[in-house]
Design a protein around this ligand. Structure first.
Ligand code: ADP
Ligand code: MG
Length: 265
């Protein structure tokens, strides 16, 4: 592919995320060994794979929380690119990168709510500081989002007063308050007691139904079967196979995929 002069020229209008030969090392440990991933607008992708395969690192590269060593990453038309020697090819302005990060919501395994703020304050903090919204505007949206995750009555509660499932639903609402175009989930239910997993997956399923573009790292194969448009299996820094859930989970083509599924199913 020839080098684009503008970020949008190498991606079509439907493209939300395009990762092209992404490499990332920590010191001498190469974690991403040439990742290609294309996510279209409105698509729900479940990213599965063994611990240490590079799933979290890939999400962090998409969200610009990590720089990449080689390859190119487009998010909603803005590009962060490096050639193979690591020198920057066409990084957009810092402001553009920051804007792009604002457009990506991220939900982690540990909910990371601000413990000294109540739920509503957690939700309106970033819209006020980053989007410079009026308190009334941010509050109206926050209350609507709390309602959508089933927590309309918890606006004044503090995180410690909520169950893990409720805290994670608040974390999802908080990310949505920034009006992201993409939501990244990194094992959002892995820290929860089993009986609380369902309420969080339900909120994520509802979100998928609104047309949100989502990448979900998860070991919940039933969620992947039920909600994902595509399942991507990663192992040892590579995408090993991908396709519809029924194929990747139901009829895996690679031995490594079969071995992984045997360990989680
Ligand atoms: P996964 O999410 O699939 O479990 P990660 O992306 O978290 O995998 O990690 C992949 C590898 O990179 C692991 O060997 C991990 O120890 C290593 N790693 C991740 N983050 C860092 C870091 N900040 N510094 C050094 N090594 C890291
Ligand atoms: Mg991880």
């Amino acid at each position: 592919m020839s080098a684009p002069t503008m970020g949008t020229t190498a991606t079509n209008l439907d493209t939300m995320i395009k990762a092209d030969s992404i490499r990332k090392s920590y010191g001498r440990l190469e974690v991403l060994k040439g990742i290609d991933l294309h996510v279209t607008s409105g698509e729900v992708v479940c990213l599965i794979g063994p611990s240490g395969s590079g799933k979290s690192t890939l999400l962090r590269c998409i969200n610009h929380l990590e720089t990449i060593d080689a390859g190119r990453m487009w998010v909603d038309g803005s590009v962060m690119g490096y050639d193979l020697k690591g020198s920057k090819l066409h990084e957009q302005s810092h402001a553009r990168i920051c804007r792009s990060r604002v457009e990506i919501g991220m939900v982690f395994q540990h909910f990371n709510l601000f413990p000294h703020m109540n739920v509503l304050e957690n939700l309106i903090e970033a819209p006020r500081l980053v989007l410079r919204e009026k308190r009334s505007t941010a509050t109206a949206r926050a209350l609507a989002l709390l309602e959508s995750v089933g927590l309309a009555d918890k606006a004044k509660a503090y995180p410690r007063q909520l169950s893990g499932g409720q805290q994670q639903r608040v974390a999802i609402a908080r990310a949505l308050c920034m009006k992201p175009k993409v939501m990244l989930f990194d094992e959002p239910t892995s820290a929860l007691d089993p009986e609380l997993v369902g309420e969080v997956l339900k909120v994520m399923k509802d979100l998928a139904a609104t047309g949100m573009t989502m990448i979900v790292v998860t070991h919940e194969m039933n969620f992947a079967r039920d909600v994902a448009d595509r399942v991507v299996f990663m192992d040892d820094g590579h995408v090993v196979e991908q396709g519809p859930a029924a194929e990747v989970i139901g009829k895996p083509q690679h031995e490594r995929t079969r071995a992984f599924l045997a360990s989680v199913l």
